[in-house]
Design a protein around this ligand. Structure first.
Ligand SMILES: [Zn+2]
Length: 548
């Protein structure tokens, strides 16, 4: 055994020396042990799944501040490590069923089993009382694709039934939207935003595991639980009274009662599709209790030595789902070890490492741990609307949500292929380390719209988001895919997403973090401003910003 360990030790020290100009001691290097000890704390049962507005938040926010101080970083928000995020906790309780009336008589659907509903309205919610039901295809209004599922239809006060993902998904036609790569129009958040803009009273998305890229149980988990939203009192906002998901089986029951069938779903893929009034009326009710309070983004920085007003922004969300519905083993703590104790520990590790550099970066490097990502990317949405560092001064965002727990991979996956030049920075660093960049295996899942970098992208800031590779060194792609699928099907948003001190070597995370360090360090020591690429929906936003 001895011989093998010596070789590994020699290789690693030389790797570290090579990447940072030889001055770095092992203690300063990005370390698996340091990450593991922080993950063990963040993902422990005593942190209660780190849900905002709970004791889990208090412990997490204190721990992050303590660590940033310990690593010698400066407060990132004036003399504070905190940015308050005003939020509201909405506890919606839906009636156990929904009545459907039609020409062929009436029947009811069972809440939880056949559909789930909630509301984003913090105050009074109007119940559905014989609300007209309309099928509006994908519920998309996309001028750039000459697509309007609401054309010539007034849905004010009605309930719209829409499909998840976008027309490119089922049609398999690469010219339709972005083909199999989900656009933001495919995201559930977009469906509800558009239905509200159209004045609908309620919107139900038809669930399909392949098109949604997760099972209906993920939605059921949050049924009749409390939800957190940003406190938008005093701001102009539009929301439906009720929003939710319905199973495909239940949707087919509705089509049948309307004298239609599931062929309607395929018709929605054809350009020029016209929304269909189903001639049915739905009724159900809901009660709402709201509590206003604050959550916190945690922020630290290393001031730039030459251009302190220019900022490189690393992010990771510290929150997870808290304590919820117990699983089959009776475990009700959603520890969120991979999602996202790994990313948060990665943020701390980068901060620690950057602050050991003898030569300080020319630009300011900011480390932002955001709240309430699981509630809808809320902490980053609030920061993007209330930036501590203006978007026009922010060179780039590098977001981490889930890092590699196991052995290193040869590849690193870029989420959002072809979005920005940051992809090229990454490619250079990965290839330096004889690896390669790969693209999403599941572009239909729309991961680019499912984590915090999306809010920075919407503010025009070029944003990089990577996913763990699958080409595991010495074990290959099949093994890596298996690990990915196993996590998605078994542990994603389940109490079983727990830290395992024996099997989690974090060696893969250390390798990927070094690459993200090199990308950020390069950005922080140059005068260039990376740009969005042609065809990116965020390019126009950046071009309007007066960059330094
Ligand atoms: Zn996450």
């Amino acid at each position: 055994m001895y011989k093998i360990s010596f070789i590994i030790c020699f290789l690693s020290v030389s790797f570290f020396a090579a990447c940072t100009g030889g001055s770095e001691s092992k203690a300063d290097a990005i370390s698996a042990d340091s990450m593991k000890s922080n993950i063990a704390v963040l993902a422990s049962d005593s942190f209660l799944g780190r849900k905002p507005f709970t004791e889990g938040e208090t412990k997490t926010v204190e721990f992050l501040q303590k660590k940033f101080r310990e690593y010698g970083l400066q407060p990132g928000n004036g003399d504070s490590y905190l940015q308050e995020v005003p939020m509201v906790n909405i506890k919606a309780t839906a009636a156990p069923s929904m009545t459907v009336k039609g020409a062929k008589g009436s029947f009811s659907l069972k809440a939880f089993d056949e559909y789930i509903v909630w509301t984003d309205k913090a105050d009074s919610v109007e119940n559905l009382d014989n609300s007209d039901l309309v099928f509006a295809g994908y519920g998309v209004v996309a001028p750039e694709y000459n697509w309007n599922d609401y054309a010539n239809l007034d849905v004010k006060g009605k309930t719209v039934l829409v499909m998840v993902n976008d027309p490119g998904f089922w049609a398999g036609d690469t010219t339709l939207f972005k083909g199999k790569t989900m656009t933001y129009y495919g995201r559930w958040t977009y469906k509800f935003e558009e239905a509200a803009r159209q004045g609908a009273k309620a919107c139900l998305i038809i669930h399909n595991t392949a098109a949604a890229s997760y099972p209906f149980s993920v939605q059921q988990n949050s049924f009749n639980t409390s939800r957190l939203l940003l406190d938008t009192r005093g701001l102009e906002t539009k929301n439906c009274d009720m929003i939710g998901w319905i199973t495909e089986t239940a949707a087919n029951k509705l089509f049948k009662a309307a004298g239609k069938d599931s062929a309607l779903l395929m018709e929605a893929n054809v350009p020029g599709f016209k929304p269909v009034d189903l001639g049915l009326k739905v009724s159900t009710s809901m009660t709402v209790q709201s509590t206003y309070s604050k959550s916190y983004n945690v922020i630290a920085k290393i001031n730039g030595a030459k251009r302190p007003d220019e900022v490189v922004l690393y992010t990771a969300h510290w929150d997870h789902l808290g304590v919820g519905k117990p699983d089959a083993s009776g475990d009700s703590i959603y520890n969120g070890a991979l999602d996202n104790a790994t990313g948060t520990a990665g943020l701390l590790e980068l901060a620690r490492h950057f602050n050991t550099l003898t030569v300080k970066p020319e630009r300011t490097v900011v480390f932002l741990a955001v709240t309430a990502e699981e509630q809808g990317l809320l902490g980053s949405a609030y920061y993007a609307k209330n930036p501590v560092y203006p978007a026009a001064n922010t060179v780039a965002n590098i977001n981490m949500d889930g890092l590699n727990r196991f052995e290193p991979t040869k590849d690193i996956i870029v989420v959002g292929q072809g979005q920005s030049e940051l992809e090229d920075y990454l490619k250079t660093e990965v290839e330096k380390d004889s690896g390669y960049i790969a693209f999403e295996n599941h572009p239909e899942a729309g991961y680019y719209y499912r984590s915090d970098h999306f809010n920075f992208a919407k503010a025009g800031i070029p944003a990089l988001y990577i996913e763990t590779g699958v080409d595991v060194v010495g074990k290959g792609k099949e093994y890596g895919e298996h690990l990915h699928n196993e996590y998605t099907s078994k542990d994603y948003h389940q109490p079983s997403d727990e830290y395992n001190a024996t099997t989690w070597s974090m060696a893969g995370a250390v390798k990927d973090l070094r690459i993200l360090f090199n990308v950020g360090n390069k950005l922080a020591n140059e005068e260039k401003w990376p740009r969005w690429k042609e065809g990116s929906e965020f390019k126009a936003i950046r071009e309007k910003q007066p960059l330094n």
